[in-house]
Design a protein around this ligand. Structure first.
Ligand SMILES: [Zn+2]
Length: 284
């Protein structure tokens, strides 16, 4: 099963050896976006061009000793200007061993304004063979000027396939839910009706919210032009139809609402209230 979006696309980049100067890998906390960024960088620098894991370059990256590969994390709460200055000083030399010099800037939502402006300059006039890979929860969570300079790569979290042997009521419910959403106007009566129905599936609440989250993320994936990378292939037609009708912003709101709902449940929120709140927020 595919567990991260953009895999095919990134393979094409590796085959063509023409990466962009800046990428934004975005996804929720458990999407392992930093790990994926590292895999991508490893493949670009790998002597076999596939992230073999055993060549000298792969080994150096693994042990943190590759001169052309750096990962930058926030210093405390923030990514600071001094960090970007150091990065720029290092970037000036270009790659020392590989074809590229690659900087991963993790948690790019934590840029100070000043540091962001400083990075922007180098993104606007990229020097030589330098590649930046920013990671963040969403494109909207980083400075817009930075986001617009990057190629966006949505990263889906790995999810377990729902148990397909059992054909229980709540799974039927999940199967029908997407079709249902197409017609969902979100008036108070509908919300009440749906919330009452879902309330009966209290014990499967986590699966239901996770399903919704995957569904909404797929919409974002389709909207970003990565159709190959969706998770819920069974719902591709419906997802496409919905994605066409929605803006990035609409979809982002739905993703936020589903993430928030999951989060509330983890803090043992009242299921009924969480559902009503979610339904209210995802109406279009
Ligand atoms: Zn290798």
């Amino acid at each position: 099963m595919k567990n991260w979006v953009g895999e095919d696309f990134l393979k094409q980049i590796l085959a063509a050896k023409k990466p962009a100067h800046a990428y934004l890998f975005f996804g929720s906390e458990n999407s392992q976006k930093e790990e994926k960024a590292k895999q991508f960088a490893t493949s670009l620098l790998c002597l076999e061009k596939n992230g073999c894991g055993v060549c000298l370059s792969c080994k150096k990256i693994k042990s943190g000793n590759h001169p052309d590969f750096r990962v930058i994390h926030p210093d405390g709460e923030k990514i600071k200007i001094s960090q970007i200055r150091n990065l720029k000083a290092e970037a000036r030399y270009g790659p020392l061993e590989g074809d590229w010099k690659i900087f991963i800037i993790a948690d790019s939502q934590s840029f100070t304004e000043e540091a962001g402006q400083s990075l922007l300059k180098i993104l606007e006039e990229p020097e030589g063979e330098i590649i930046f890979i920013l990671t963040a929860p969403n494109p909207s969570s980083i400075l817009p000027t930075l986001a617009s300079r990057c190629q966006w790569v949505p990263i889906q979290p790995s999810v377990q396939e729902h148990d397909s042997e059992k054909n229980s009521a709540w799974q039927t419910l999940l199967r029908e839910m997407p079709e249902d959403f197409l017609k969902f106007a979100g008036n108070s009566f509908e919300i009440f009706e749906k919330a009452s129905l879902l309330e009966d599936y209290q014990e499967n609440r986590e699966a239901i919210f996770k399903f919704l989250l995957s569904f909404f993320r797929d919409l974002m994936v389709i909207k970003s032009g990565w159709e190959d990378g969706i998770l819920l292939e069974k719902f591709q037609r419906i997802e496409k139809e919905m994605a066409d009708k929605l803006t990035f912003y609409d979809i982002q709101k739905k993703i936020d609402a589903a993430e928030e709902a999951l989060n509330y449940l983890n803090h043992s929120g009242n299921f009924r209230l969480v559902i009503e709140n979610l339904l209210y927020k995802i109406k279009t």
